[in-house]
Each structure stands twice: as C-alpha cells, then as structure tokens.
Design a protein around this ligand. Structure first.
Ligand SMILES: [Zn+2]
Ligand SMILES: [Zn+2]
Length: 96
C-alpha cells in the first residue's frame, strides 16, 4: 500500500485506518501485525506526532478512540505530559 496525502500512515505495519486531528493523526493499527504490546488489547490507536499509544480490545473500540481525538488519550496533545516530569522537558513534544 502506498502512503497518500489523505492517509499518510498507510504504510505502517498493521495499518487499519486513521483520522486527522489538528496537526496530528490518530492511527489505528493491528498490534499483532505491528509487533506491539497487545496485553491491554490487540488494537492500538497511535498519536502520529507524539507516539502515544492507546490499546483497545476491539477494532470498534479503537475506532471510537480514533474519532474522539488524540486529546482524549495523548498527554502531549492534551498538554498534561509535563505534569509528571517535575521540571524536565517532554521527550515526545519538547514542552518544558
Ligand atoms: Zn509532551
Ligand atoms: Zn499527541
């Protein structure tokens, strides 16, 4: 599969679908095909900008989180990633 303008992450292993949210994408992949940790669920929703991963037990659930937007489960998109860093800057988004 070729990466396209509308679906730039189509070449990711296990790719299912994706949706744009502002400057980032919520990408749904099959965790088994992508060799990701599937202990919390087979289907993974990934923030393409920050690499945050949310696990879902069904593809349907994964799609719900994809549509809900990255601010629902990505700390960097939500702006809360530095709350636990105690002064260090975030390695994922660079926020200090
Ligand atoms: Zn961050
Ligand atoms: Zn994010």
């Amino acid at each position: 599969m070729e990466a396209t303008k509308r679906k730039p992450h189509r070449n990711w292993p296990g790719y299912q679908t994706e949706r744009k949210h502002g400057g980032t994408y919520a990408v749904v992949v099959d965790g088994r095909e992508a060799w990701l940790d599937t202990t919390e669920g087979r289907w993974q929703v990934i923030c393409s900008e920050h690499g945050a991963i949310l696990s879902a037990t069904s593809l349907r659930e994964a799609r719900v989180w994809m549509r809900a937007g990255t601010t629902e489960w990505c700390d960097c998109c939500r702006g809360t990633c530095t709350d636990v860093l105690y002064g260090a800057s975030c390695i994922s988004c660079g926020r200090a």
